[in-house]
Design a protein around this ligand. Sequence first.
Ligand code: PLP
Length: 449
Amino acid sequence: MASEKQAALQEATRVLQYILKDELTEDDKNRIVKDSIENFNEHVNPGWLTYRKSVSTDEAFVEWEDSQETFKDTHGKEFIDCLGGFGIYTAGHRNPEIVAAVQAQLNRYALHSQELVDPLRGYLAKLVSMCTPGDLKYAFFCNGGAEANEMALKLARLASGNHYFISTVNGFHGKSLGAVSATGKGTYRKPYLPIIQGVQHVEFGNAQAAEAAIKNLIAVGETVAAMIVEPIQGEAGIVLPPQDYLKQLREICDRYGVLLIFDEIQTGMGRTGTLWACEAYDVVPDILVFGKAFGGGVMPITGIIARPHLWVDELKDNPWILGSPTFGGNPLACAAAIAAIKFMIENDIPSQIAQKGEYFMDKLQGLQARHPILVDVRGKGLLIGLEYPTPEIGWAVSKGLFKRGVMTGGTLNNAKVNRIEPPGIISYETIDVIIARLDETLTEVAREF
Ligand SMILES: Cc1ncc(COP(=O)(O)O)c(C=O)c1O
């Protein structure tokens, strides 16, 4: 055992040298690639590298640096990021202002005592309340998106005293036990059944179906706590709602005393061309859930903000009855989120994203007209889906783009749709480069199939 610990010490010392070095040698680079393949196969999951098909079948590209619009691998090969870490980079990669805030906080203290009052949590909660619509007021911070949805679902039950949740087919809310109950895809739910009881899934975009579900549940003596929905479904394959859908949901929820939760983990922080997607539809939820880009692409931080009447006495008597995540709302993460909010508002990034999204869509529609394998192009802002006739064609296009230095990816709940979700600060020149490379790739793939 002692010798194993010594070996671990040596290994940790070697790896730390890579982290602390400014420049890797050629030997270091080759060693890191070799180690990474071995470590993933031996200690992460033997299936991991083959599952990530579009990137790893031919060569193992090991990421090492990023900046603004791009990732670089250990050997300096650059990839334009069109995947955006599934939507975390509306402020770009390693945004200097956000990094500076985190570094300054790191030089003061990194994590909180859990006993004294941590000021950044309070400042951030106030800022979120100021920049979200309506009377959303009390915020609770966590670490991951699924965890934030857990908090939203728990708050809805706690505040209403009611039981059922309405969610949508193909919706994605994360994979923890509560969140996956609301998620609308069998693959992720089936192995864990029975999961949280009392979740009814209805068709997305169909307000009548939501109303019928609520009405029928109430008719048979059940109670409905909340409806949870993404304003635009992301992992379902970038599915936009009919224009009035969210307004209709608001009316239905009000009529039946059901709380409305918007999961804006992917659509928030400017991604769809407004700071929050719900602003474009002029609807205020009772609970808004945020994550991904909220930490400015630098730190992980997620959370919820809710209307004041949901903060019932039980929660005031014991604020930790909802949750008490050790790292939730930690000072480093809060510093990043505060800087991200400032960057978004000061530079009006949401409007820039709206304009770039229109430019991108226009060019993509041009490609669609010339390439029949591109069945559909849809989206809002820089949340864009490209649909192909089969998952195999979609995968071949991702792979072809990757070969040409453009990173894209599929959507978790719809294998036929690839996403274009680049950093919000992407330049028009880079959009043109992506379009040219996609054009070449579509020609190549059409020949192949
Ligand atoms: C709308 C939505 N909700 C929840 C999640 C889950 O977030 P996380 O992966 O941080 O748990 C995601 C992730 O893709 C998402 O898009």
